[in-house]
Design a protein around this ligand. Sequence first.
Ligand code: DCP
Ligand code: MG
Length: 415
Amino acid sequence: MLSSIASTIINKVALRIMNRESLAKLNIGSISYTFAPISSNQNNHQFIKKRHLWKRKIMSGKDRIILHVDMDHFFTAIEEREHPEFKGKPVVVGANPKEGKGRGVVSTCNYEARKFGVKSGMPISRAWKLCPEAIYQPVNHELYAKVSIKIMDILREHGDKFEQWGIDEAFLDVTSRTKNYDEAEVLARHIKREIIEKEGLVCSIGIGPNKLVAKIASDFQKPDSLVVVKEEDVEKFLASLPVRKLLWVGRKTEQKLKRIGIKTIGDLANYDPTVLTEAFGVMGAQLYLMAHGIDRSEVEERREVKSISRDLTFEEDTADHMLIHHTLDKLSEEVYKDAVKQNLFFKTVTVKVRYENFETHTHGKTLLFVTDRLQDLQKIVKQLIQDYLRSGRKIRLVGVRISNFVSAKKQKKLI
Ligand code: DCP
Ligand code: MG
């Protein structure tokens, strides 16, 4: 739905510029951006078309140098390290393929398997069809989480500020440690070497003036890459890339953008921000800024996650126990994956049930010990749902929540 506030803000920006005021402000959340027209004798539309509606420098804030480090084919790289005989062969980590009849998905695969078209998130049965000769390994989350902690410990030492972003990636703000991009590049090479020496694993690093650009840069020439994008090269670097490379642009947004003729980040940067805000609400303004490579978010240790939950509304209200159990298993798997990505062990499990008349119940259980096992989660969920199934009433929605977290790092110290 159109965010009227965002639309008003953007319209104000456009209006003020049309009135040829020298500066205009755009507020997104707590961040304030200043727009400065470069010349005053063009109308608003031409300004927007010209793209240099405002000076990037003013909007980008103070100069920073940010690194984004992302491990290459993380899970399979660890498997290769543990099994040197896998080297050079296609390797897939994920559900059991059961000769093409398996359910579940690919977690990741190495670059040899990617040549066959295998990808993360793909049904394992499809991966089998594409590459039956690959080595299929089950997911060993415990091991990967342990390696992740070691990698993060190495990275943390190299940044003024450090922010873990997923199980195998992190941002580092190295502004005060490096005088310029050349020094940042030297530091990045050092980090790559250190991770190889200490953990025997390869990573890709992107360097840029902010998190957004650094993240896109680390992905640009994977694997084993180091890509530097200086402030002055940002727009050129981004212009030809597909919009999907921007954070927050998922398949739906991509389709919506495509419908209005936007395929590349350059197309987006050249688009009228007023129209974008009308179509996408406040996200339209954010998309516009991202397309210009503007991101002022700080590198910061993430706020503590309180809970992770997923729920699902059935297409038709149901009393089918098999379907309900299967759905809860799936939801548990998703919640569990999120927890693993964030290196979290959990202690409390809660299920939610909504009957066809919208009467809603939640029921939780707190364990004596923290766990990070999917089997534990699925087992407790089954116990908790049991009472609600006995009534035989039709159910509209079910949900799973985990909470009471301990980070895997703290957990490791306890063991
Ligand atoms: N992962 C997963 N399911 C997904 C995506 C990822 O279980 N749908 C896991 C497996 C990956 C790890 O998270 O190894 C890190 O995700 P990345 O997206 O960084 O993928 P990779 O590190 O495997 O590959 P790349 O070299 O492209 O970074
Ligand atoms: Mg990775």
